[in-house]
Write a protein of this length. Sequence first.
Length: 217
Amino acid sequence: MTKKERAEFVIQRLNSLYPKTPIPLDHYSHYTLLVSVLLSAQCTDERVNKVTPSLFSEADNPSSMAKMTVSSIQKIIRPCGLSPQKAKAIKSLSRILHEQHGGKVPRTFEELEALPGVGHKTASVVMSQAFGFPAFPVDTHIHRLAQRWGLSSGKNVTQTEKDLKRLFPEQSWNKLHLQIIFYGREHCTARGCNGMVCDICRYLYPDRKRPKKTKRP
């Protein structure tokens, strides 16, 4: 089976499993989405969704958040991990949004990635989910599955993103990245599947005799 054939099967299978792709992070504005995505780094979406109601009840816009102290933000978001760094980033980016962007979340990769705590993956999620811009954010689930499915060499997330963008139609990116995440959480988990267990892995590589070792991002 060629790489193109594997990609075609993957997208057909995921479309049948996940015809709808709700955004897993609870939010109600571009700003609350941005903060939620930042908090999700090395943290589950489920935990983020438990923390953000308390945070957003205190401040759900850049102006209000910029007035909070770092320590008060950190106290609320501590369950998400990396709270000292995340709290500083949230306060700083909120001040920048308020002072330099009129309280609005910018709509370009360059401006988003210039914000404290916002890397390419976070910017990609916001561009994709908030503004509908074609993007393919690569998290640990996507990086791992792309290797198991023979869609990327998996040397790093940058290469994985490039490989997947070449394989799949641009109009599918925003939906597909969520579909892969959903599948990775439910079926092709880090410990539950080694490249030989889930339905897609077994279909793509029926003769695989040894577990597929994946390179970490």
